[in-house]
Design a binder for this molecule. Structure first.
Ligand code: NI
Length: 181
């Protein structure tokens, strides 16, 4: 088990677009396994490679609660939204955006295509929180954070608060019921 350092806003790597994985190999597997360990350790429900400083299009997602953690872990390579419909508003948090949560409007159902570590093409249909999580992670791969969906004013307010805080505190997941995505 290896834990990776989670990069935090305003780290520039979070604003960069990740590149498609051309060959799924042992390195991809190691990265995804370490990302899953890091996600669980930080009490997150999703993590994208940008967040651990790697510009490759891979994500891990597990929206299972408490005792179900680990049972529905998805490691997805080159994920892509091929269908989206409806809309939902969810309070979101992010392991890279500490000490802040906000309501974000996203599609309520998505169909995501991608690849597994054993080179299988998969399609995942998701609703509710799972759909939010997939959209949030795929956003990360495009260099977009959930705060980029907010008004400029709100984003600036967060930026100012971060400055005031100086040393960014470690997030305390037990403090909030808002999912860290
Ligand atoms: Ni995030």
């Amino acid at each position: 088990m290896a834990l990776l350092r989670i990069h935090r806003f305003p780290d520039g790597i979070l604003a960069k677009e990740a590149e498609k994985v051309k060959e799924i190999d042992g390195k991809t597997a190691a990265l995804l396994n370490n990302m899953a360990d890091t996600m669980y350790s930080a009490n997150g429900i999703g993590l994208a490679a940008n967040q651990v400083g790697v510009l490759e299009r891979v994500i891990v997602v597990d929206v299972g609660r408490e005792n179900d953690r680990g049972k529905e872990l998805f490691k997805i390579i080159n994920p892509e939204i091929i269908e989206a419909e409806g809309s939902q508003i969810t309070e979101e948090g992010c392991l890279s955006v500490v000490d802040y949560t906000a309501e974000v409007t996203r599609a309520s159902r998505v169909l995501v295509k991608g690849w597994t570590l054993d080179h299988k093409e998969i399609e995942i249909e998701a609703e509710n929180l799972a759909a939010v999580c997939l959209q949030h992670e795929i956003d990360h791969l495009d260099g977009t954070l959930f705060i980029d969906h907010l008004s400029r004013l709100k984003r600036e307010m967060y930026r100012k608060r971060l400055k005031k805080l100086g040393d960014i505190p470690d997030p305390d997941p037990s403090k909030s019921n808002v999912p860290n995505i």
